[in-house]
Design a protein around this ligand. Structure first.
Ligand code: NAI
Ligand code: MG
Length: 339
């Protein structure tokens, strides 16, 4: 049996961390048929005249699952983020970003175990922006819908119940954004009533940032709207070793696109120094989604070995090992765990 998966290596450090991840996946012995599309974003715009060509969306609709590396979005001008568009077009409404301390990685806290559930299709990322040239005024619409809020909150509670997480925190700014954030918070309260065995609380976003950098152990599942979730997940990544080590998944009712939290890191692209751990842990999440738990455990155990040994670390972790060398060392450990 083999899995047909859409593979999107992206740009920047994307192709490098993708090669490293494929090396580790190969070591699991699981058979994959990769439906690979190298051009997305700028490269697709040049080749096909559009940054997100239909054949890529069709490929994901066919394989149902994709493994995706980061894609650069021009800042302040140019095309809309293909990452955001892909999530919206495939209705991947739940962005799940676990930030859990990995044994061996030195951080200020050694017992962080957070999962951020970020609404992934609306909020300030709905793409509704207008510019009034006469008055030089720009508006961005933060659309929040009842249905969109209900499904992400329910997804979070269901996940918490299945995975034995007892605490859920809704993050909002309902004191100021009374209609949008206020509705999201009301819905979170309503849904929490159907899960009496889980503890529910809420925090205002600014306070939440302070709480997370001082007492991250007090939190488990965080459910929030799009922009707050984007920001909190980079913050939470910083608590457990940085963007080089945290995984993510975009999940909808029909499709799943596995994608690390980090971006294309143009500052280190093309130098074979990026940390591939984030995409490797993303692939570990994909393996669990496919029901390949033994392989996923071997990848996790291999990572714990490599980090605990502390000899083969990439630059972001204070070492000097190359991306592919890290992958080769890890692949050896994965094979040992599976033998
Ligand atoms: P970034 O996440 O690419 O980089 C932030 C910092 O973290 C940089 O110093 C970078 O070198 C470092 N970093 C990130 N991943 C790393 C890794 N695997 N190993 C070692 N260091 C790593 O965020 P930035 O610089 O804000 O965005 C760069 C580009 O990526 C932008 O065009 C942005 O739109 C895009 N982006 C794409 C995403 C996606 O495809 N899902 C997500 C986030 C940003
Ligand atoms: Mg982000």
């Amino acid at each position: 049996m083999s899995y047909r998966i859409t593979l999107l290596p992206g740009d920047g450090i994307g192709p490098e961390v993708t090669e490293a991840t494929l090396t580790v996946l190969e070591a699991t012995g699981i058979s994959f048929v990769w439906v690979r599309h190298d051009e997305l974003g700028t490269a697709a715009l040049e080749k096909f005249g559009t940054p997100l060509p239909d054949h890529i969306l069709d490929s994901i609709r066919e394989t149902k699952v994709a493994l995706k590396a980061p894609v650069t979005t021009p800042v302040g001008k140019g095309f809309r983020s293909v990452n955001v568009q892909l999530r919206q077009k495939l209705d991947l409404y739940a962005n799940v970003r676990p930030c859990k301390s990995l044994p061996g990685i030195q951080t200020p806290f050694d017992d962080v175990d957070l999962i951020i559930f970020r609404e992934n299709t609306e909020g300030l990322y709905s793409g509704m922006e207008t510019y009034d040239e006469k008055h030089d005024i720009a508006d961005s619409i933060a659309r929040i819908s009842r249905s969109g809020s209900e499904r992400i909150v329910r997804f979070c509670f269901e996940y918490a119940e299945t995975h034995n997480y007892e605490l859920i925190t809704a993050v909002h700014k309902a004191n100021i954004l009374k209609l949008t954030s206020g509705m999201f918070l009301d819905i979170a309260h309503e849904i929490s009533a159907s899960y009496p065995s889980l503890t529910f609380n809420d925090r205002i976003i600014d306070n939440m940032c302070m709480q997370l950098v001082t007492r991250p152990q007090d939190y488990r599942c965080i459910v929030t709207t799009n922009l707050f979730g984007d920001i909190l997940s980079d913050l939470a990544a910083g608590l457990v070793g940085g963007l080089g080590v945290v995984a993510g998944a975009n999940i909808g009712d029909e499709y799943a696109v596995f994608e690390a939290v980090h971006g294309s890191a143009p500052d280190i692209a093309g130098r074979d120094i990026a940390n591939p751990t984030a995409l490797i842990r993303t692939a570990e999440m994909m393996l669990r989604h496919l029901g390949e738990n033994a392989a996923a455990d071997a990848v996790y155990d291999g990572l714990v070995d490599v980090y605990t040994e502390g000899k083969y670390l990439t630059a972001d972790m204070g070492g000097s090992i190359r991306t592919m060398e890290f992958a080769d060392r890890l692949a050896d450990r994965v094979r040992i765990h599976l033998s």
